[in-house]
Design a protein around this ligand. Structure first.
Ligand SMILES: *Cc1c(COP(=O)(O)O)cnc(C)c1O
Length: 375
């Protein structure tokens, strides 16, 4: 498929999301598992990439359990899947009064503390057919989940678990992006110990990084999010494929004399006469300002340095290394893709790929397919 970006005269940028690559990454992740099921974590609109396109593709690929953060996201996903067969779980918990919505859309709460567990039991015992729920156990992250004390309290009244119809116990790793961190094994042992004290149900510990920590972290179900898009922080040897490309339009070309300054603050001074291209993507589009003077864009495979500060709606690029007339106003350069990946961008911007991906802005025109040559 070859896109002719120039047909669209409104767009300053195109974000191309390769859904086939996402499905292939899902299959690669699944091939690493022995018996565990591979769920998909699609919170925040599938990390900002578009749940409407990504969820049906994973559904079709055989994924049967989806995690989102909020009830709104879960309802949206249920409508997208258009069937009650697959499980949708809400990671951010359960609030009194929301039970009817959970039931209506067949959505499963992940209960995050004792109070939510009791509220859920109250609701579930008034409901005719008992709905299932998952229970989050805290193994050291101190963010969500029942801790040791809560479990002791629960053991005194095991009826609660039965009434709550708990079908899954899960916990979350704090340091799966640091394979050598002792915290990983500590959480693994703690998780084993906690689930060992409770009735046996589906157990789940691993996010993307957890999958790459090895089989003992897999339990019955794994919950990758970021890895679906080709990135696993801390585990760079992962056989996954990049699925995100971002292209920005050349809005202006100019010849600038030696000694001139470029951009806000005049932070970049030209050491020779240069050709500068202004591209219509800025920090408001998720091209982070902290990349100023650090990142590189590409014209096909030729690297072109971003010079001066990144503005809200544009960046400036030194294209002097290209032969004359190679790049014209209205053409596109590649801002993210196989040449400059989300991981590289995040690392240069001193953030994580999660923030980089979820921050990709709304102004980009989005295409969901493979792309061979978008320039
Ligand atoms: C976000 C999240 C995941 C997915 O994490 P990735 O690192 O993107 O794979 C899994 N489990 C929980 C509880 C989460 O909050």
């Amino acid at each position: 498929m070859l896109y002719n970006f120039n047909i669209n005269k409104k767009a300053n940028s195109f974000l191309v999301i390769d859904v086939d690559a996402i499905v292939s990454n899902y299959q690669t992740l699944r091939s690493k598992l022995s018996n565990a099921h591979c769920a998909a974590t699609l919170k925040a609109n599938a990390y900002g990439l578009g749940i409407k396109k990504i969820a049906p593709a994973l559904d079709k690929a055989g994924c049967s359990t989806f995690f989102v953060a909020t009830l709104d996201e879960a309802v949206e996903l249920r409508k997208i899947l258009n069937s009650n067969r697959k499980s949708i779980l809400v990671l951010n918990g359960f609030l009194a009064g929301a039970g009817r919505i959970f039931k209506h859309y067949n959505i499963t709460p992940v209960l995050n503390n004792f109070c939510q567990l009791e509220t859920w039991v109250d609701y579930n015992s008034t409901s005719e057919d008992r709905q299932k729920a998952a229970l989050h156990l805290d193994t050291g992250m101190n963010r969500f989940g029942l801790d040791n004390k809560d479990i002791a309290r629960l053991m005194k009244n095991p009826q609660i678990l039965i009434k709550a119809n708990i079908y899954m116990l899960l916990s979350h790793l704090a340091c799966s992006d640091e394979p050598e961190n002792v915290m990983n094994n500590r959480q693994l042992l703690e998780f084993r110990s906690l689930i060992g004290r409770l009735p046996k149900v589906t157990a789940s510990l691993a996010n993307s990084g957890g999958i790459y920590l090895g089989k003992k972290f897999h339990f019955d179900l794994v919950r990758p999010g970021l890895a679906l898009y080709g990135s696993v922080p801390g585990h760079l040897q992962n056989n996954l494929t990049n699925c995100i490309s971002l292209y920005g339009r050349v809005l202006q070309l100019r010849e600038v004399d030696k000694g001139q300054l470029v951009g806000y603050g005049g932070t970049y001074k030209l050491t020779k006469r240069s050709r500068i291209a202004t591209i219509g993507v800025g920090y408001a589009d998720g091209y982070q300002r902290s990349l100023s003077g650090l990142s590189t864009v590409f014209h096909h495979d030729s690297p072109l340095p971003v010079v001066g500060r990144i503005s809200m709606d544009s960046i400036t690029v030194d294209i002097s290394s290209l032969p004359d007339n190679k790049l014209e106003e209205g053409n596109f350069v590649e801002l993210l893709g196989k040449n400059f990946t989300i991981d590289q961008a995040a690392s240069l911007a001193q953030t994580v790929p999660y923030e980089m991906i979820t921050g990709l802005g709304r102004r980009h025109y989005r295409y969901y397919n493979q792309i061979k040559d978008g320039l």
